[in-house]
Design a protein around this ligand. Structure first.
Ligand code: PRX
Length: 679
């Protein structure tokens, strides 16, 4: 499956300078370790586990699983019987065993240039222990779910690690989601407590997070689920403190933030006088660690559940090898902790390795489009991880804003979230990395916990746009529609044949949905939902989603969810949503709406419908286009022909076979109403 020798043609080799100290210095080495990892996973992962702290050792098989629905329930278990605590492993172990107490864990860079602070491993451990004691005093116990809705601040990391220290399960909701989305997630996971902040600035836009959180809590109450406690961090107030007098802070604070004394408590007041020692709760390997919601092609978002030991080993190992982590690195991942990339590669992976990271609150374009490179120079960043959408956005401004800064510290560049087009890859490689730095195009999912297809920077020759080869322990295959495994160069469904430690364990509260979504279509395989091509050299190329999901700026959205948000508006009788290519976002939402009788389509209604989606889901789901569709193309049995709508959205006249279409006059009308405007 992996070629015997790496190809010499059409590939980029940039990892030369890394080879001397690299963990995996060449392709032969990768291949050897890969074979060991799949032929003898117990030994491979067992050796890695020796670096971690276990309160008690595992008893059964190291990795035990069933991926075949025809043979019974799907399960994955890693190191069953062992007990540990991930917070202990990422903090106490670093401070006490590895003597890294004075090492910087995070350089925090605020939205405004000049807002900065740093926190060492020792300080982080103290803060986490204190906040863990606060959570306990609020009645939070092992197994309880805690919802976290916060901006990119150090306290977000403190909150998540405090949860895992006491065995509570965090459910982080990205701070760009709406009140309704937050409420849905709180209800689904039955969270007993919400941790939020007063607000934050995204660029020059103020986000009043507490107002949205309050709205969400009211919606929960309306559905008979009163969340008893809400802890609010004063983030804006603390920032304001830097520039105005104490009396002004007082005014700003009370004028802006709604307060419900029955429920709300202040983060800072709760900490006063609390001990900074807290014995970790020793958890079983398969105890739940966190829930993170991701879009599902049918129904509401799914609560992806990860458990303790397998996730810890997997994210620690992928971080170390994919970024070729070295102790003097300064690593920066620009994702938000509200997404899986932030969970795995801002918090758990880097901290498990004792790394120093940059934690950035702001935007790549604020106050100007050089911000990223200014930060790279400021902290001498060595390993940099971002999304193709950010690269395409910055590429529009040319090389001058990049070249204003020298970026000499950079050694490895990474991308994640969506396929990177070769043009953006080339720009990233040549302009940002000056052809010095390997680009690791990492393919993975919320569900996979960590990277599953990825180059290793010193070992894998790169092809622009290909995520190259599987990570250790991962066995990909490509299937045709009948479920047959294809050999050699081919294209089809990307699946995985055996479990790896970091794969999700279930959909929270709905194991059946887990089995149906990932294992039913092709029994015996984990079905990723992505299409994939394998070339003559054995390289894997992700071709995009095979289901009704689309990827806007690296964020997965379900067309069904957007359709249902539109359908809740009184003016909409029916809606169908498809993707249209977008030069920066990758894909954008193109919505066809059939209006209720007597309602006319106009700009006001269009704006209202966009607002409706923003309010129901969040700003990331805002449609780019809404088109009036007096009727939709349907088969005689009434099924919407999305394939045809996708073509119409792209203004392509070649619609393919229309023999099943019930009424062909619909098509001409749709082309007449087409939103031709430039994106
Ligand atoms: O379609 C793939 C795309 O993002 C999906 C996973 O989205 P999510 O769970 O939100 O996690 C995003 C961050 C890991 C995948 O099913 N995707 C992710 N990375 C890549 C990618 N597509 C192509 N190349 C990638 N490197």
């Amino acid at each position: 499956m992996i070629p015997d020798k790496a190809p010499k043609e059409d590939v980029f080799h940039a990892g030369g300078a890394l080879k001397k100290n690299a963990h995996v210095p060449n392709f032969e080495n990768y291949k050897e370790l890969y074979l060991k990892s799949i032929e003898n996973p117990d030994e491979f992962w067992g050796d890695i586990a020796k670096d971690f702290y276990w309160k008690s050792k595992h008893t059964g098989q190291f990795l035990d699983y069933n991926f075949d629905v025809t043979k019974g329930e799907i399960y994955i278990k890693c190191m069953e019987g062992a007990t540990t605590n991930i917070c202990y492993n990422v903090l106490d172990r670093n401070v006490h065993e590895r003597k890294l107490g004075d090492k910087v864990a995070f350089y925090w860079e605020g939205n405004e240039p000049g807002d900065m602070m740093k926190v060492t491993y020792g300080e982080l451990l103290q803060q986490v222990c204190q906040f863990a004691n606060v959570l306990k005093s609020q009645g939070v116990k092992k197994g309880d779910r805690v919802s976290i809705y916060m901006p990119m601040v150090v306290e977000l990391v403190v909150a998540m690690l405090a949860c895992v220290r006491i065995g509570a399960v965090h459910s982080i909701v990205f701070a760009g989601f709406s009140a309704e989305s937050l409420c849905d997630r709180i209800l689904n996971s039955q969270c007993s407590l919400l941790i939020t902040a007063d607000g934050f600035y995204r660029g020059d836009k103020l986000i009043n997070l507490k107002v949205i959180a309050d709205d969400a809590l009211q919606k929960c109450r309306d559905q008979s689920f009163p969340v008893q406690r809400c802890i609010m961090l004063k983030h804006l107030a603390v920032n304001i403190q830097l520039s105005v007098s104490p009396s002004q802070i007082f005014c700003v604070w009370f004028r802006q933030v709604p307060w419900n004394p029955e429920v709300d408590q202040c983060w800072h007041s709760l900490l006063s006088g609390v001990s900074d020692e807290c014995e970790p709760e020793w958890c079983d390997s398969e105890d739940p660690l966190f829930i993170l919601y991701t879009s599902g092609s049918t129904g509401k978002p799914k609560g992806v559940l990860h458990t303790v030991s397998g996730y810890m080993l997997y994210v620690a190992t992928t971080f170390k090898l994919v970024f070729d982590y070295q102790p003097d690195d300064v690593y920066w991942c620009t994702a938000d902790i509200g997404w899986i990339t932030g969970h795995s590669y801002i918090t758990y992976g880097p901290l498990a390795n004792g790394a120093t990271s940059v934690l950035f609150e702001g935007l790549p374009t604020y106050p100007d489009v050089s911000r990223m490179w200014e930060i790279v120079d400021k902290y001498q960043v060595t390993k940099f991880y971002t999304a193709p959408t950010a690269i395409r956005l910055l590429m529009k401004y040319g090389s001058e804003p990049v070249q204003k800064y020298n970026r000499e510290s950079l050694k490895v560049l990474g991308t994640v979230g969506e396929p990177i087009n070769p043009e953006a890859w080339q720009w990233y490689y040549s302009v940002v990395g000056e052809k010095r730095c390997p680009v690791v195009d990492t393919f993975w999912q919320t569900e996979t916990g960590g990277h599953v297809l990825t180059p290793l920077p010193a070992a894998t020759p790169m092809k622009p746009g290909s995520a190259t080869f599987p990570f250790f322990g991962v066995v990909p295959a490509i299937l045709n529609e009948s479920g047959e495994e294809l050999e050699g160069p081919c294209e089809g469904y990307l699946v995985f044949k055996q479990a790896w430690p970091g794969v999700m364990r279930t959909v929270y509260g709905n194991h059946q949905r887990f089995e149906t979504t990932y294992f039913k279509k092709f029994p015996g395989y984990y079905v990723s939902g992505d299409g994939c091509r394998r070339d003559t050299d054995g390289y894997y190329w992700i071709t995009g989603r095979m289901d009704d999901m689309l990827n806007v700026s690296g964020h997965l959205l379900s067309t069904a969810e957007v359709e249902s948000a539109l359908g809740e508006h009184a003016a909409v009788a029916e809606a169908a949503v498809v993707s249209r290519l977008h030069p920066v976002k990758g894909e954008s939402l193109y919505c066809f709406v059939t209006l209720t009788d007597g309602v006319g389509f106009n700009r006001t209604l269009e704006a209202e419908l966009k607002k409706q989606v923003r309010e129901k889901i969040g700003a990331i789901a805002t449609p780019d286009f809404i088109q009036n569709a007096p009727s939709l193309p349907k088969t005689r049995s009434g099924k919407i022909m999305r394939r045809v709508l996708r073509k119409i959205a792209r203004n392509e006249r070649d619609l393919g076979d229309l023999s099943t279409l019930a009424d062909s006059s619909v098509i001409e009308q749709l082309f007449l109403n087409h939103c031709c405007g430039a994106v």
